[in-house]
Design a binder for this molecule. Structure first.
Ligand code: PLP
Length: 273
């Protein structure tokens, strides 16, 4: 049985409990991280922990005790049934028990660390653009919060249209990101990814792709998707995933620039594990 860490206690996943008054549950007042664990070793953990702190600060939650989070991760991984299984580790940090409204209570935050099998992604993905913008000026812009219902709706829209991921623009019409991924596309022969000004998440994989591959930050209109010759998604659970269709238009997947990025990413990742 898998074990889950809840506020300092490890419990079997069917016994682990969080209060029904937890502000993460009642109003989505929480932040989270998804970390890839390969052969028992978390990948890019420091970057994820830094982003957890940034997200918590952005929500005005008490600063997470990162040593306590590290400890929780260590205990949770040690309690998994198969130490060699590749995992998706989820760290969730919420406002804790609170009144049934938007106001926070004075309770301590809730920390949950859980693990599940790393999802198997297809070798390529189809993406569908959605009619709802990401609000780059909103209070939650760029934060990894548990208020993800907009992403749930967007992904549902894409999957009912044959997509594996949804892509959105920001409120000014610039290409932004996916529901659980950043996007990289060919523009004038170069690979570009939207800047953080669009309100996209500062993806850990996005940052690594900028560092390790020939990818630059630039903002482009959503319509650039109609002209691009190739593109890919980046995320912790996808790494670099070529896109074979955008709104039903077929693309070379991987195209030559994407193929080169995949090779550079894989080589650098092997060196940095
Ligand atoms: C909205 C959003 N954008 C981008 C990403 C990709 O970020 P990372 O590479 O850190 O997994 C995620 C991750 O789940 C996400 O939720």
């Amino acid at each position: 049985m898998r074990h889950v860490w809840v506020n300092g206690v490890l419990a079997g996943e069917s016994e682990a409990v969080v209060s029904v008054f937890d502000h993460g549950l009642t109003v989505g007042d929480g932040v989270f991280e998804t970390v890839k664990v390969l052969e028992g070793v978390p990948f890019a953990l420091e970057r994820h922990l830094e982003r957890l702190v940034v997200s918590a600060r952005g929500l005005g939650l008490p600063e997470p005790d990162i040593d306590a989070v590290r400890d929780a991760i260590r205990h949770t991984l040690a309690a998994q049934p198969d130490r060699d299984e590749d995992l998706r580790l989820r760290i969730t940090y919420t406002g804790g028990v609170a009144p049934l409204g938007s106001d926070r209570g004075g309770a301590d935050p809730t920390l949950v660390v859980a693990a599940a099998a790393l999802p198997r992604r297809g070798p390529t993905a189809a993406v569908v653009t959605v009619p709802w913008p990401r609000n780059e000026r909103g209070a939650l812009a760029g934060l990894k919060t548990t208020s993800y219902a907009e992403n749930v709706v967007a992904l549902g829209y894409a999957t009912t249209r044959g997509g594996d991921e949804a892509l959105c623009a920001d409120t000014t019409g610039r290409l932004c990101e996916g529901t659980g991924s950043n996007v990289v596309l060919e523009v004038d022969g170069r690979l570009v990814t939207p800047t953080l000004v669009t309100g996209c998440l500062a993806g850990v994989t996005r940052a690594l792709v900028i560092e390790w591959c020939d990818v630059v930050e630039a903002d482009v209109p959503l319509a650039a998707l109609q002209a691009t010759t190739e593109m890919f998604l980046t995320s912790t659970t996808r790494d670099v995933q070529p896109v074979h269709a955008v709104d039903g238009r077929q693309l070379d997947a991987p195209g030559p620039l994407t193929g080169a990025a995949m090779r550079s990413f894989a080589a650098a990742m092997a060196r940095n594990r």
